[in-house]
Design a protein around this ligand. Sequence first.
Ligand code: PLP
Length: 419
Amino acid sequence: MTAPDPFLSYARRADRSDGLAHFRSRFVPSDGLVAYFDGNSLGRPTEQSVERIQRFLTQAWAGRLIRGWDEEWMQLPFTIGDRLGGVVLGAAPGQTIIGDSTTVLLYKLARAAVDARRGSGARTEIVLDTDNFPTDRYVLDGIAAERGLMLRWIEADPASGVTPEQVAAVVGEKTALVVLSHVAYRSGFLAEAQAITRIAHDAGALVLWDLCHSVGSVPVELDRWEVDLAVGCTYKYLNGGPGSPAFAYVRSDLQQVLRQPIQGWMGAADVFAMGPEYAPADGMRRFLSGTPPIVGMLAMQDTLEMIEDRGIEAVRAKSLELTEFAITLTDEWLAPLGATLASPRDPASRGGHVTVSHPAMRAVTAALWEQGVIPDYRDPDGLRIGLSPLSTSFEETYHGMAAVRDALRTELLNASGLG
Ligand SMILES: *Cc1c(COP(=O)(O)O)cnc(C)c1O
């Protein structure tokens, strides 16, 4: 008998001592799935969410009909927002709502922020980075064109991310707003949010953090870091489901100062007055526009419950162990095949996913999807391994990484004409 692979033994030991392991059985099984490495792009559904949505359809919607709005639904963007704020954002109540998509909330908050900072007209620049997610770059480009502003680009290293020094070098008396991702979508680099926020504030600018790839996997302390604005997805680590609505955070003292551009009836001071003119509501309601997507915001509550139960620090600790394991297997198995790690090795600079680069990764990803091993691919040559701590085990990570190794080996053999 051959001795078991030491990495497999490690994975089994790590699963046995994992304080979050019991949450795995809450997720709905997926036929033929070997390893899911994309919980950072689309999280998995829980059994509780299936029941919650079914109950909503049959009891709340069918049973209460339009009375449901008064009885409960009108408040949900705020009650779920406050809960999300408390569990994963370090935000006191009254500063977080569930609203539109991340793209739309980003537009609304960024537009409100640059208008508020325009003042005498001197602050005419938005600082952003070249490696931010496309929607962030496109939205800000649109706002700049609309408001006659300039984009000030930071050249980010695609294998790491934006540093405080880089931000300090570009902000100044012309800066209205700084928009960055807390965790870079490609490399998984974790930005120093508190330090960067302070640098932007010292220059008199506002800061908007995109938390899409950090919320639910990396601790966030918006109040303590004195962040102005933030947005983020709920269908990634929060398992809200495809297209579940995003959240927005606006620090309490800024709420009265900001006017967002999509003036809809749900953000008006008196929603049912249906008056001739728009007057914004007090507090976070003014950042709503149209009818809130109620069904879409139900499922995320089941993930918030799990995180609340064990605490975000426990989620982060497991996340770091998972990414460390994936990096070890990359060094051991993939580096000899010519692949390189395109994510930070330093745990303090690493979010919840790891990217491995090799020219064959597009083909490797396609081959893996056929086998129930599901990473994703990001140009130019990155295979992204997202490790969602509530639903991913160490043994699953082991088997997934072994499949990546085998698929890469096969691709290389095929390419050499020997396969
Ligand atoms: C996933 C993601 C988005 C997605 O925005 P949507 O409006 O939900 O499509 C935006 N920004 C970042 C950084 C992301 O990772």
